[in-house]
Design a binder for this molecule. Sequence first.
Ligand code: SAM
Length: 296
Amino acid sequence: MPWLQLKFATEQAQVDEVSDYMMALGALSITYEDAEDNPILEPLPGETPLWQALIVTALFDATVDTTATLNEIKQSAHSSAIKNPTFEALEDKDWERAWMDSFHPMQFGQRLWIVPSWRQPPEPDAVNLLLDPGLAFGTGTHPTTSLCLQWLDGADLSDKSVLDYGCGSGILAIAAVLLGAKQVTAIDIDPQALTATLDNMQRNNIAEHLIERGQPELAEGKTYNLVVANILAGPLKQLAPSIASKVSEEGELVLSGLLAEQAEEISQVYEKWFTMKPAIIEGDWIRLEGIKRPDR
Ligand SMILES: C[S@@+](CC[C@H](N)C(=O)[O-])C[C@H]1O[C@@H](n2cnc3c(N)ncnc32)[C@H](O)[C@@H]1O
């Protein structure tokens, strides 16, 4: 099944705005090219490109409704910044190769490095998570993943049970185990995410019983010391009662995939069950954290 990529032209001053908008529309990843082919180095993942005129490519999975998405863009406040948007099919293999070239080791917090499985760890004694995202979301290059990885690195996970709600490549579930969690459950509605998670567990020599994987039903009726969910604002709002029910009393909640302007609304939704902390910001994205209040 091919992926779909949405290509359009934009200007440097608008690149952050249109990138965030693409993620809010459900893009799995965004890459940039110089529209004028200047001999400037390509930006590293996470860096803002310096080119004045850019071609942006946003990757969507093949289920996206192209007509509805193009209409939504046309009617949005960003339409003038998104010039000539066009969808085209992309073969899985092309997408994998593009990732391999642009993905480099990255450090999160004090201990944790995410290392592409085809590169050498720069610090062999660090907590090195070897990763190949395959066809799933989650490399650490996006602020939403980075915000969760930094939280996990700074936490004491020893003896904790963890639920990774929307595991993608398995990056958060595997990081939790490598950083000391006792047992992790990784759930996702996308079968390719569950395959990528198993592949990445094997790359990191993680025994199958340490991370159980499956569709969301796997976590039904269970509670965890920590639930981390990097999904977008819409699902986080809709799934709030289900997510909240899976956090044990005085357990912790970490939410990501949220734009700064969505912080207050989502925080208020989760206040029903959690004592929420102020949002932590990275670029235009934020992380929310809460502690579950005991039932009265
Ligand atoms: C933004 S990715 C996050 C991946 C990874 N956890 C990370 O932090 O990079 C969101 C993931 O959530 C999954 N997802 C979306 N809606 C979901 C739902 N209702 N239940 C479970 N997973 C869901 C998607 O398939 C995707 O793999």
